[in-house]
Design a protein around this ligand. Structure first.
Ligand code: PEP
Length: 254
């Protein structure tokens, strides 16, 4: 069975004290109730990764980074290498988020290098793909997502691709309150799985977890997660409130 995952992307939010308190609140609520087979991942700002890994380890969740450098090491002021991030106990790393593509000019070629670095250092990349509104309105969304996956993922060997997670995040749904309908999400997730199956065979396609991201909240998560090809969520805004985040984790059918 595919791994079911709920990952919270805190983006650039929370001071140290606030982060610590949110982590303990999440840990407390998870200890009260959670489906046992759902992997919970918390992706704080990099400054809090070590703290997050420590708390996560004691409370049966995982820490994730929001980015890593595509360089291995050296004179790259302000960057964090995969090796450094891994040494803080990190298990997952979000790569190719639309905000990194838009504000930091990340291309799929660079993201492909980051995926390689993450895998080399034994972290699971959560590769984000998705179309902007104009592309959907022009009915180019399948082509856009297919191009993104072909450029950033399809160079991987079969055993490597099984170690990645894909997040479908329609850009028009991120932080906007507009969620993709369960049908829209299912349609794209099935399409993404078909791309992986076409390259690597259906056994590999069936093994890959594909998460939905974009204004997912406690009110809409259950219906999204019931779709056969939706294996969980990448959660932005709602991951900043412990109750909402843990309610989303508990939205999976037990
Ligand atoms: C995200 O940024 O990955 C995201 C899904 O954000 P939000 O849930 O706030 O739309």
């Amino acid at each position: 069975m595919r791994k079911r995952i709920v990952a919270g992307n805190w983006k650039m939010n929370k001071t140290f004290i606030e982060a610590e308190s949110l982590l303990f609140d999440i840990a407390d609520l998870l200890s009260e109730s959670r489906p046992k087979d759902v992997e919970v991942v918390v992706c704080p700002p990099a400054l809090y990764l070590e703290l997050t890994s420590d708390i996560a380890q004691q409370n049966d969740f995982k820490s994730g980074a929001q980015n890593i450098s595509h360089h291995a090491q050296g004179a790259y002021t302000g960057e964090l290498s995969a090796e450094m991030v891994k040494s803080a106990g990190v298990k997952y790393v979000i790569l190719g988020h639309s905000e990194r593509r838009l504000y930091f000019g990340e291309t799929d070629e660079v993201i492909a290098q980051k995926i390689d670095k993450a895998l080399k250092h034994d972290m699971t990349p959560i590769y984000c793909c998705g179309e902007v509104l104009e592309e959907r309105e022009e009915e180019r969304h399948f082509q856009v997502v297919s191009d993104q996956i072909n450029k950033a993922v399809c160079h991987l060997a079969d055993h490597e691709v099984r170690d990645i997670v894909i997040a479908y995040e329609p850009v028009w749904a991120i932080g906007t309150g507009k969620t993709a309908s369960p049908d829209q999400a299912q349609e794209m997730h099935a399409y993404i799985r078909s791309i992986i199956s076409a390259h690597y065979g259906s056994e590999t396609g069936d093994a890959i977890s594909i998460l939905y991201g974009g204004s997912c909240n406690p009110g809409n998560a259950a219906e999204l997660f019931q779709q056969p090809d939706v294996d969980g969520g990448l959660i932005g805004g709602a991951s900043l409130k412990a109750e909402d985040f843990v309610k989303i984790v508990n939205s999976f059918k037990k």
